[in-house]
Design a protein. Structure first.
Length: 262
């Protein structure tokens, strides 16, 4: 199955976005621009690249940088991707590892995206969590706004040709971060765990998060399942599953991702 990959380049607080198209034989879904920060975890950036899909199968699509669900939307339509989750308690080792649970929208012919996410990682042996926003490829990492394991988080990304609004709300504490940006033409929406890149652009391993449940998963106010989304699992370069993805429940509004390997 051939796929066409478009590369997103992002960094904290400012980003240059470039599109790179290439036909490849293996599934791919990621690369990110090195961050100016010298911190391996915070200060890096999301890694994610659009993967065009060929034939429809019931099996999950293996991907190097994403585990979750993605659904196409009518090109240019006003699109809202929304979900909730509880920040997981990480089992950290000395190695820096991170993922970013996200609700996001691909825009402008899959050349870039807007996303609401929470950095969820192990940095220097300690768990760290903070909110982040991507607006048309420009990433804003709120590293001084710490979240905690057990906090309930709402993620919302709204995109229309008139404007873009991204919101991350810590329901437990009442803390909210948001950004309003220029409009864009939506192509698809996705919810799940996105990989994280360090300042050198290297993909970070997966922290042991156990199980993470995404709930209240909606696209344009309708259940994620009603959009007939495609399911992805994250794998390493050898094909070993790093994050598996469960089925949709109940009524297509929720699913779980599961740590398998770092």
């Amino acid at each position: 199955m051939l796929t066409r990959t478009r590369t997103i380049i992002t960094c904290a607080a400012a980003a240059t976005v470039a599109a790179l198209a290439a036909s490849i034989a293996a599934p791919a879904l990621a690369t990110a621009r090195p961050s100016p920060s010298d911190v391996t975890g915070p200060g890096g950036g999301l890694r994610l690249t659009h993967q065009a899909i060929g034939r429809i199968t019931s099996a999950p699509i293996s991907n190097r940088d994403f585990a979750g669900y993605q659904a196409t939307v009518r090109t240019g339509s006003a699109t809202v991707s929304a979900a909730s989750f509880t920040v997981p308690k990480l089992s950290c080792t000395a190695k820096n590892r991170a993922i970013a649970p996200s609700a996001a929208v691909w825009v402008n012919n899959y050349k870039t995206l807007s996303a609401a996410f929470v950095f969820t990682g192990c940095v220097n042996g300690r768990a760290r969590y903070f909110p982040g926003l991507v607006s048309n490829g420009r990433e804003f990492d709120h590293t001084t706004t710490p979240f905690a394991a057990g906090d309930v988080i709402d993620l919302t990304t709204k995109v229309s040709t008139a404007g873009t609004k991204i919101i991350v709300t810590d329901v437990t504490t009442g803390v909210k971060v948001q950004h309003t940006g220029r409009g864009a033409s939506a192509n698809a929406a996705f919810i799940g765990d996105v990989s994280w890149a360090n300042r050198n652009g290297a993909r970070q391993g997966v922290p042991n998060f156990g199980k993470l449940a995404f709930t209240h998963c909606l696209i344009d106010g309708k259940s994620l399942g009603s959009w007939h989304p495609r399911k992805y699992q994250r794998v390493n370069g050898s094909g070993t599953v790093e994050i598996s993805t469960g089925g949709l429940w109940p009524g297509g509004t929720a699913f779980t991702t599961h740590y398998q390997n770092s």
